[in-house]
Design a protein around this ligand. Structure first.
Ligand SMILES: [Zn+2]
Length: 445
C-alpha cells in the first residue's frame, strides 16, 4: 500500500498563489507526493503528523552552492573577491582529492538539509579528475537532498581554463550525463556549470552552450561580479551571439549594466544572488536584488560559499531583505528600486529557486502533484512566539534550530529537531581530516 502521511493542523504557507495560506491547515502526502492541501482534509488511513505547533512551507531551494568547500567553511571572513579566487580557487582547489570533494559535498548537503534546504544546486568546480565528479555525485546521492550536479572544470592541471580560455568544457560532462545522470526525474539531476564570456573566448562560449543544449542540460554561470562586469559585458556578448534563454541562470550580476539586466528580463534568463558572499567579498559589487526586482525579475537565492558566510537560506533571506531595504530607502541604487517584504523573500527562497533549477514542476511550493519537499518550523519557540506574521517570523528571526521537520520526496530527513539516518560523527571526523590535509598541503593559506 502506498504510504500516506497527513501533516495536520499547522499554519500552511503553500507559496502557491492558487492555493494560498491557511491559519490552520493540512497537507496530505501520498507515495512521496503532495496529494492535497487544504483547511481540513479527511484521510482516515493516513499516518497523522501533528504539526499544530508549526508553520508548514515548501523546503528552501539553494540555487548555487560550492559544497566542495564546506570543510574549509568560515575561514575567509576577512577576504576580498580577488583574494577568494587566489586563496580558494587557485590555492586550495588544486589540492582537492576525490575524497575531499566527497566529504565537502556531503557535509554541505547534510547541513543544508538541517537548515531546511531541500533542493541544492551543487556548483562543482574543483573537478580535477573524473573521479572527483564521481565522488561529488556519490555524495549528493548519499545526502538524500534533491540536488542538481552542476558540473564544472578542473583546477591545477596546468591548463588555462579561466582566462580567455580556448578549451571547450571538459568532455567528462558527456560521460556523467550518459552513465550517471541520464534520468531527468531522479532526485539528483545534471546541469552545466559554465565559464562563459568572462573566462573563455566567444567561440568557446558558443561551443559550451551548444554542448549543454545538445545534452539537454541547463546552464548555470557566474556573471557581473566586481570588475568582470564592465570589463567583459558578458550578458551583452551572449545576447549578440543569440545564446540567452530560459535554460540559463546567471549568478550575481552585481556589476552588470542596466541594459544587460533588461536583456536578462527580455530573454527569460534566471538570475541568482548570493547576498552574504556578495557583501562579504570586498570588491564584488552591490547586490543586484533591487535592480532585478525593479525589472520584474525574481532572482533566486544561494548560500554560494560557506568560506565567508552561512549556507542556510534563512540567513540569506534576512541579509538580502535588510540590505535591500537600506539601499532602497536611502536612494543608494542607480535606479528606483522597490522596498521588499519578508513574503517576497520567501518566494525567492522557494519557488523562484525551483524555477531556476528547472524543477518547478516537482518542488518549490506545496501544490498537489509535486513531490513532498516540505519543512515545519516550530512557532512556539521562544525566539518566535507569539507569531503574528509567519513570513515575518521566518525571514526576520528564525534559525535552523527552529526547524523541527524536513521532508524530501516524502522521506523524513529531520524530525523532532534531529537529522534522521545520518552518521554525523563520521561526517564530522571526515570533514576534520579533510580540512587538516588541505591546510597541510597548501601550507595553511
Ligand atoms: Zn559562485
Amino acid at each position: 500500500m502506498t504510504k500516506r502521511l497527513i501533516f495536520k493542523g499547522g499554519h500552511v504557507l503553500s507559496m502557491d498563489p492558487g492555493i494560498g495560506e491557511f491559519e490552520q491547515g493540512d497537507v496530505l502526502v501520498e507515495g512521496g507526493r503532495i496529494a492535497a492541501v487544504g483547511p481540513s482534509i479527511d484521510a482516515l488511513d493516513a499516518e497523522v503528523i501533528d504539526v499544530s505547533d508549526g508553520i508548514v512551507l515548501p523546503g528552501f531551494v539553494d540555487a548555487h552552492r560550492h559544497t566542495w568547500q564546506s570543510a574549509l567553511r568560515h575561514r575567509l571572513g576577512e577576504i576580498s573577491f580577488s583574494g577568494y579566487g587566489c586563496v580558494m580557487l587557485r590555492g586550495f582547489a588544486p589540492h582537492y582529492s576525490p575524497d575531499d570533494v566527497h566529504i565537502g559535498t556531503l557535509l554541505g548537503c547534510v547541513s543544508a538539509l538541517e537548515a531546511g534546504t531541500t533542493t541544492l544546486l551543487d556548483w562543482s568546480h574543483a573537478l580535477n579528475t573524473p573521479e572527483h565528479a564521481d565522488a561529488a555525485v556519490d555524495a549528493l546521492r548519499a545526502s538524500g537532498i534533491r540536488a542538481v550536479f552542476a558540473q564544472g572544470w578542473p583546477r591545477g592541471d596546468g591548463q588555462n581554463w579561466t582566462t580567455a580560455s580556448t578549451l571547450g568544457h571538459p568532455s567528462d560532462i558527456e560521460r556523467v550525463r550518459r552513465e550517471l545522470l541520464f534520468s531527468d526525474d531522479a532526485l539528483v539531476t545534471h546541469a552545466m556549470a559554465a565559464r562563459g564570456p568572462e573566462m573563455t573566448t566567444e567561440v568557446i562560449v558558443q561551443h559550451d552552450f551548444a554542448l549543454a543544449r545538445q545534452l539537454g542540460l541547463r546552464i548555470s554561470m557566474h556573471a557581473g561580479t566586481g570588475e568582470f562586469g564592465p570589463k567583459y559585458r558578458a550578458i551583452e556578448k551572449m545576447a549578440k551571439l543569440g545564446l540567452l534563454g530560459p535554460d540559463l541562470t546567471l549568478i550575481h550580476l552585481c556589476t552588470s549594466s542596466e541594459a544587460e539586466l533588461r536583456m536578462v528580463a527580455d530573454h527569460g534568463v534566471h538570475a541568482c544572488i548570493g547576498p552574504q558572499a556578495e557583501m562579504m567579498l570586498d570588491g564584488a559589487g552591490v547586490m543586484a536584488l533591487g535592480r532585478l526586482m525593479a525589472l520584474g525579475i525574481e532572482p533566486c537565492l544561494s548560500g554560494d560559499t560557506e568560506t565567508c558566510g552561512s549556507g542556510d537560506l534563512l540567513t540569506q533571506m534576512r541579509i538580502a531583505l535588510a540590505a535591500q531595504r537600506m539601499l532602497a530607502s536611502n536612494n543608494l541604487e542607480p535606479i528606483e528600486t522597490p522596498s521588499l517584504t519578508p513574503r517576497q523573500l520567501l518566494e525567492l527562497a522557494t519557488i523562484a529557486g525551483a524555477r531556476a533549477c528547472g524543477l518547478s514542476e516537482r518542488t518549490g511550493s506545496l501544490t498537489p502533484g509535486k513531490d513532498a519537499d516540505l519543512i515545519v518550523i516550530r512557532r512556539s519557540d521562544l525566539n518566535l512566539v507569539p507569531v503574528s506574521d509567519p513570513a515575518g517570523a521566518i525571514v526576520l528571526a528564525a534559525h535552523p534550530g527552529n526547524i523541527d521537520t524536513v521532508v524530501v520526496k516524502g522521506e523524513f530527513k529531520k524530525r523532532y529537531g534531529e537529522l534522521v539516518g545520518y552518521d554525523i560523527p563520521s561526517i564530522k571526523r571526515r570533514a576534520f581530516n579533510s580540512r587538516e590535509r588541505l591546510l597541510a598541503l597548501s601550507n595553511g593559506k
